[in-house]
Design a protein around this ligand. Sequence first.
Ligand SMILES: [Zn+2]
Length: 365
Amino acid sequence: MKVGSLFGIAITVNVSWIFIFALVTWGLANPMGPLHLEGVGTAERIALGLSAALLFFASVLVHELAHSLLARRRGIAVKGITLFIFGGVSQFDGEAQDAPGEAWISGIGPLTSLLLGGLFYGASLAVGGSATHTGAMFAYLGIANVLLAIFNILPAYPLDGGRVMHALVWKFSGNKALATRVTVLVGRVLAALMIGYGVVESLAFGNFGGLWLTFVGWFLLQAGSSEQSGLAVKEALQDHRAGELAAPPEFRLAADASAARARGAMRAMGVRALPVFVGEHFVGIVTSAELNALSEDDLAGTYVTAVMTREPDVPRIAAAAPANDAVATLASSGGDALAVTGDGGDVLGLFTRESVVRWLAGALK
Ligand SMILES: [Zn+2]
């Protein structure tokens, strides 16, 4: 759910945060908790717990804002910030073009958390240190921010440390693909060590706190492999152009085709979108979603031109544009297809998810 925006960046909170928020408040307000609130009134305990939870929430937000604002300064569009159970994620439209950019945009988060840790520690000292309840709360937030920094700098995808490590290996080897492989491998080894250590700790020594480590390791393993498949596609498309990945120009419909014929053609070709032409003149794109909106009876009696997306509304990409830009444009268009255009603006074919998969299947053979 969206909670607002800061510096023009939309802030969304995942439902998991409600649990974290309640847990942090409850844990800190507890008389036996880390703030040692024995003998303190209920109202004051709840006030301290809530303030600490709010400040912790604000700390994670500041960490993410640091990533987002630096990315924006380096020309990367920021789509928004989502706060979820392990902290937050900043969504970018695009990525750092060079290793120093990637290192700084990722590294600034943990650095910010470390700085916040220092500030909270200073605030704690200023109000009398751990001898006072407010001082103890600030000290606790200081430790929480330092732990947040340490956790995030672990060299595993999708944590900041994984990206910093990727940038460093990229910088010193000059090989981005090698950097990805090294980072994924180190992340896996680290995740496996965490899982193994957690299991041994809880089974052999009866310390079930170790299961937490197992859980985090498992999360890193999962997140790392989805990150890896995304990166593998990106790498495969690197140095290729949108035009190479487009469906071939013979995949097309004439404007006098019926919706029924369009559907038959899509099934035969295994595609979900086709360009529509009057002679050599491109007039629009028809998608299977648009055809599915028609009843069976209407299919035969409807021209594709009646249901298609017309030419002025069709998103376009130049054939010479990098293939990864086309993937990003397609994703942000929210549609099923981009018209791929030649130098003269003529439509050469369609760029769709299927056309990418088809090309990848050929490329990876
Ligand atoms: Zn971060």
